[in-house]
Design a protein around this ligand. Structure first.
Ligand SMILES: Cc1ncc(COP(=O)(O)O)c(C=O)c1O
Length: 415
């Protein structure tokens, strides 16, 4: 047996792999994981496994992935730049990168923006770069995996990492006050928790930070483009300013392009360029996508945004009202991520499979993405779903309840 074979055997014996393999083997016909999409059409119709279904599993909340102006910007970007600029931005950037950052900053009402190739690379690069040995990082216990990975690197470098209870300002205050002496504290949270759609009490959390010499780091990936005034996310409307906040956003979800960013002061931007290893030692977003990001910024900053967001809210209302009126336990609803609690893992997979057979793709989410026995059907509503398709999905849930027993209350769930 080679050392590599031995490693493969060891990995197969870890708890997580055993758990997931058990489901993959026992429920291979209903898992619906690793799906490969054959085509995409109007009304978010997609072809999976040779079957056409309406896709309720896309983060392209505004439907801009199918917008001709966005596609055109990509085509023109390829003509202008080719597919790639082939160098870390520590050396040089294409002009459109600078322009995209300026446009994003203007749209957000923040001093400056630094674009990373993804939100994961922003979190994993910036978090360890911001803190040192005398500093602490305090995480919401359900914050996104990429924040936690960034915190692990910071911990390996000597920072202390602590957790507070999900969305609980008093728990945050307790953790900060009992942490001992620190130079800086970075409190990292999600702006929307992506498995439940929950929005944290930002104003209260920021106040606790201000009272305890801590900076608030908000990963607003799921809110970028779809929540708040002009789609600027959860932060500005809730807190009123960005004075004590580092704002992380996504260009791959509501924006339908590629990348992530950190919004901050001009001075902090310059520091992050030197302190984020993923920025220095990795490549940038491809230039055509930067052109597309500029186009999306123009759309979001125009009067048309209200029309697009209006379509999204209309669809979201149909879905949430329809599901709640059936007595289902619905998480979220203020944002385009809506989760229906099922609980048991097998029942969650089975429910997703039945909906698939009926012509709807939603994501069956089980442990470890949610707590054990906290399975949910996660539905992502988009502005370019036809209202009738959303109504059809609601009706399909009515049918589904004849085959699956849904809990109506009392199940603990999480981010
Ligand atoms: C809060 C949050 N942060 C980060 C990410 C990862 O983003 P990316 O795919 O850009 O790395 C996600 C993805 O869903 C997310 O929900």
């Amino acid at each position: 047996m080679t050392p590599l074979n031995k490693l493969t055997t060891t990995l197969k014996q870890t708890g997580l792999i055993k758990f997931l393999s058990h489901f993959a083997e026992q429920f291979s016909d209903i898992m619906l994981k690793d799906l490969s999409m054959g085509s995409i059409g109007e009304d978010r119709k997609v072809d999976f496994l040779g079957k056409t279904v309406t896709n309720f599993g896309s983060d392209s909340f505004l439907g801009l992935d199918q917008d001709e102006r966005v596609k055109d910007a990509l085509r023109k970007g390829i003509e202008r730049w080719g597919s790639h600029n082939g160098a870390s931005r520590a050396f040089s950037s294409v002009e459109t990168n600078v322009l995209a950052e300026e446009k994003l900053a203007e749209w957000l009402g923040i001093e400056a923006v630094l674009i990373y190739p993804s939100v994961t690379l922003a979190n994993v690069g910036a978090i360890p770069g911001l803190v040192g040995k005398q500093d602490i990082i305090v995480l919401d216990q359900h914050c996104h995996n990429s924040i936690q990975e960034g915190a692990k690197i910071a911990k390996a470098n000597g920072s202390q990492v602590l957790f507070f209870e999900h969305c609980d300002p008093s728990s945050l205050a307790k953790v900060l006050q009992s942490a001992g002496k620190y130079r800086h504290a970075l409190v990292a949270i999600d702006g929307i928790y992506s498995m439940s759609g929950v929005i944290p009490p930002l104003k209260e959390l920021n106040k606790v930070c201000m009272d305890n010499n801590a900076i608030l780091y908000v990963d607003d990936a799921h809110a970028t483009g779809v929540v708040g005034t002009k789609g600027r996310g959860t932060v500005l409307d809730a807190v009123g300013n960005y004075e004590n906040i580092l704002l992380v956003g996504s260009l791959s979800k509501g924006f339908s392009c590629l990348g992530g960013f950190i919004g901050c002061t001009q001075e902090m931007k310059s520091l992050l360029k030197w302190k984020s290893n993923t920025f220095i030692f990795g490549g940038p977003v491809g230039p055509p996508y930067l052109d597309a990001i500029c186009t999306v910024c123009d759309i979001l900053s125009s009067g048309e945004y209200e029309l697009i967001i209006g379509r999204l809210k209309r669809n979201l209302n149909i879905l949430v009202q329809g599901l709640r009126s059936q007595g289902l336990q619905v998480l979220g609803g203020a944002t385009p991520i809506v989760s229906v609690v099922v609980g048991d893992e097998e029942q969650t997979l089975k429910a997703g499979h039945i909906l698939f057979q009926k012509g709807f793709y939603v994501q069956s989410v089980i442990f470890p993405a949610v707590p054990y026995h906290g399975g949910v059907l996660r539905i992502q509503v988009n502005a370019n779903h036809r209202p009738d398709s959303v109504k059809d999905l609601v009706n399909a849930f009515q049918e589904l309840q004849k085959e699956i027993e849904f809990p109506t209350a009392g199940l603990k769930n999480a981010a």
